[in-house]
Write a protein that binds this ligand. Structure first.
Ligand code: AMP
Ligand code: GLY
Length: 425
């Protein structure tokens, strides 16, 4: 098989890495890729939203399957365009991808399908939103409806903070059209988990539950980022709770989407809060998570190409999907200053030594190859260093030993990834 992976972050490197292990996969292309994917795939200089360019490339190279990493091309209708040309593609089509593209759509779907979630209201008018916010208990959560690069959520401690957030989104339009509509919702309390599931429109196969670390500094301090690390499995996600997530969140969502006439095929990602009243859905994403994928795939025992094909062929009920009973920890190494301004072009050293370590995989995110062959930093999140082990203690030790072998100027990373799993009762 020839596979095209769309994207250029740690998630896509992990997808290429896992697909490269399949005896059925003969060639992998990655568009646009990074210095890591270049070692196992052929990077193609096409942007993720150049749908026409990607389509022409896939047709010309007779690609057997295209796998889409980021949400943007999914929400823009890449899957619809590929399917219209008879090309095989893994990911939801434009309309079901709205489950991530519009928070109002997603919340209304949750309500209609009876999925447990925070109480909410949707507003298109600033005055009405402000009046509603004034009448609510605090803290209160304010969300821009559309895509806001993970930034469109404000947990307001009091009405003044809510007022400022609403003004910024709806009047100043700091997220552009994404903030013309807002969702105001109840603040949920509990531990968060990411539950991704393979879905073929009918069958739902959840992956191992994962905990992401969104804040930039240890102990969840500092501003939000795209994700500074992850671990799996989540100890508090017992078998019973995980069945509850599948039965009350994932399956009803897939069922509700199927009733609209367009089945959900791809990965459905539920951000879940484990509250005292049981698991509740915070949000849905229409794709593999990043860095979640960097801990999920090293634990996946099944051939990923088989799973992706089973989804596209609507045969997931016949495909075995198993995860190793091991622990995985991924630490993201970021550029100094991230998520604020940072410099790029810093040479990265020690990659080979770290990659050669037992049960370690170094996934590239924001990296590029200089003309002389030297890998250099090219983004905020630079690398995702993943290690697995029999226990979290072992996985963490391995992971940080690998991290310490890698150097680039200004490198920053959290030192507490996976610690919570060790401390869990
Ligand atoms: P979202 O993009 O909707 O997942 O929101 C990003 C982050 O905001 C989540 O991962 C949570 O940490 C937080 N968040 C979102 N909604 C709520 C809520 N209703 N209650 C508490 N925290 C929330
Ligand atoms: N790690 C969060 C996400 O992929 O959206």
């Amino acid at each position: 098989m020839k596979i095209l992976v769309v994207g250029g972050g740690g998630r896509e490197h992990a997808l290429c890495w896992k697909l490269a292990q399949s005896p059925k996969v003969r060639k992998i292309y990655c568009a646009p890729g990074n210095a890591g994917t270049a070692q196992i795939a052929e990077n193609v200089p096409l942007a993720i939203d150049d749908i026409d360019g990607l389509l022409q490339f896939a047709e010309h190279q007779a690609v057997d399957l295209t796998v889409v990493g980021p949400e943007r091309p999914l929400i823009a209708g890449l899957v619809d365009a590929f399917e219209a040309k008879g090309l095989r593609v893994f990911g939801p089509s434009r309309e079901p991808a709205l489950i991530e593209g519009s928070k109002a759509y997603s919340k209304e779907l949750m309500r209609d399908a009876g999925i447990p979630t925070a109480a909410f209201a949707v507003f298109d008018d600033l005055g009405a939103a402000r009046d509603f916010a004034r009448s609510q208990a605090y803290p209160l959560v304010i969300k821009a409806d559309g895509e806001a690069a993970g930034d469109g959520v404000v947990v307001a401690r009091d009405f003044e903070e809510a007022r400022i957030a609403l003004h910024a989104m709806m009047e100043q339009r700091v997220f552009g059209a994404s903030g013309d509509r807002v969702v105001i919702e109840e603040c949920l309390v509990g531990e968060e988990a990411s539950v991704m599931a393979f879905c073929d429109g009918e069958t739902v196969v959840p992956m191992v539950a994962i905990q992401d670390h969104k804040r930039v500094f240890d102990d969840d301090q500092g501003p939000n980022t795209g994700g500074m690390g992850a671990y799996a499995p989540v100890p508090s996600m017992t078998r019973g709770i995980s069945d509850q997530v599948a039965q009350t969140i994932l399956q009803p969502a897939v069922e509700a989407i199927r009733r609209t006439g367009i089945p959900y095929r791809g990965v459905l990602y539920a951000g879940v809060m484990l509250t005292a009243d049981g698991p509740k859905c915070l949000e849905f994403n229409c794709r593999f998570g990043d860095p979640e994928t960097q801990v999920a795939l090293p634990l996946l025992e099944t051939d990923l190409a088989d799973v992706l094909n089973a989804v596209v062929d609507v045969e997931l009920d016949k495909a075995p999907v198993t995860f190793a009973h091991r622990s995985a920890v991924c630490v993201v190494m970021a550029s100094g200053g991230y998520p604020g301004p940072f410099e790029i072009g810093k040479p990265i050293h020690g990659l080979d030594a770290a990659s050669k370590m037992d049960a370690v995989a170094v996934f590239h995110a924001g990296t590029a190859t200089r003309e002389d062959g030297q890998p250099v930093t090219s983004g905020g999140r630079v690398l995702g260093v993943t290690a697995t082990g029999e226990t979290f203690v072992e996985a963490r030790e391995r992971c940080y030993a690998a991290v310490h072998r890698i150097q680039f100027e200004g490198a920053q990373f959290r030192t507490d990834i996976g610690k919570r799993a060790i401390q869990a009762p």
